[in-house]
Design a protein around this ligand. Structure first.
Ligand code: SF4
Length: 334
């Protein structure tokens, strides 16, 4: 027998790894739209374009847009007084005071708030107009929660983060309450909180379908399907991305002992994957597919990988990109 070529030898020596790739994973329609708005604004108006808060919670995306001329700020006050460049609000949505301030400073702004977040804002306002106080289930300090709470005057929206909060909640009028939620929560945790609120306040108005968005729900379902079948689970995403962190938790709860967040291939702690023979991979709604490919390529350097896709839902949602384009077209004559 002849000697094995170096390539064959390498194949033999690498351990085998079955990768189950969750589908759907990664970019959702709201993130896709928000990034396109920044891209289009840069093309149309040229650099710089100001973006209030990370347009979506992903460092790679933010760095790429920064390289094209986007300037990221946390508050409008950081933007120079004589600025004429467009200002874009991130996908997470903003409090009502933000566009008010932008108008008072004669800023030209574009709102990249995801339409599913705007839907929650509208629901909250409608309930308030009907005289209800609002309970918002969400995570304190998350920009989406700040934006939703900022749709109404202080005191009209109470934030509930946990079952314990729901058990202790003391409303002004228990018969006049409505519920809204952050869009990127754990489906299971939220159901538990809703159960407590419904049992304590039977007249609370609850949305027909919770406000947790289709992308969050589908990505969590995919992880629930894949995680019990694999030795380890990787969520490609960012630590400040709520939906990514929920996917890590869902993986753990579904019985996967190693369920970890990875921002980029270079962050992989290889010791965690020692001796595994199967791996599930997903990505948060703000993580680009190129980062998933990067992670798979890194595993392929150390393992002989076999990649299969586990499809648990089909997604064909896109948000009104033509209208956004028209909006940008229209805005040229500002
Ligand atoms: S995760 Fe859901 S709510 Fe957030 S941007 Fe994507 S589609 Fe919109």
């Amino acid at each position: 027998m002849g000697r094995s070529s170096p390539h064959v030898k390498e194949m033999i020596e690498k351990p085998h790894l079955d990768i189950l790739l969750c589908a759907p994973r990664g970019f959702c329609a709201g993130v896709d739209r928000a990034i396109q708005i920044v891209d289009l604004a840069l093309k149309k108006y040229g650099a710089p374009v100001y973006v209030r808060h990370e347009i979506v919670h992903n460092k790679f995306v933010v760095d790429s847009l920064r390289a094209k001329g986007a300037i990221f700020v946390e508050e409008l006050e950081e933007i120079p007084a004589d600025n004429e460049a467009p200002v874009i609000f991130s996908a997470h949505g903003v409090a009502k005071s933000v566009p008010v301030e932008a108008r008072s400073r004669n800023m030209f702004f574009l709102d990249a708030t995801c339409p599913l977040v705007t839907k929650v804002h509208v629901e909250a306002q409608r309930h308030a107009e009907d005289g209800r106080d609002i309970v918002l289930i969400g995570h304190k300090g998350h920009p989406e929660v700040i934006g939703t709470m900022g749709q109404l005057p202080p005191g009209r929206i109470s934030l509930i983060e946990t079952v314990e909060d729901a058990e202790a909640f003391a409303p002004r009028d228990a018969d006049n309450l409505a519920l809204v939620t952050q869009t990127t929560l754990s489906v299971d945790d939220t159901s538990a909180i809703v159960l407590v609120l419904k049992s304590r306040f039977p007249n609370i108005s609850v949305p027909h379908k919770e406000d947790i968005c289709y992308a969050t729900t589908n990505r969590q379902e995919a992880v629930k399907f894949v995680a019990p079948k694999v030795d380890a689970m990787i969520v490609v995403g960012a630590p400040n991305s709520s939906n990514s962190m929920r996917l890590v938790e869902v993986g753990e709860r579904a019985g996967c002992k190693v369920s970890v967040l990875v921002q980029r291939a270079e962050d992989i702690d290889w010791a965690q994957f020692d001796g595994i023979s199967s791996l599930g991979i997903t990505a948060g709604a703000s993580a680009p597919e190129s980062l998933v490919e990067e992670v798979i390529a890194a595993f392929a350097e150390r393992f002989t990988v076999n990649v299969e896709i586990a499809v648990t839902a089909e997604e064909n949602i896109a948000f009104n990109i033509p209208r956004v384009l028209r909006q940008l077209e229209d805005s040229v004559g500002r």
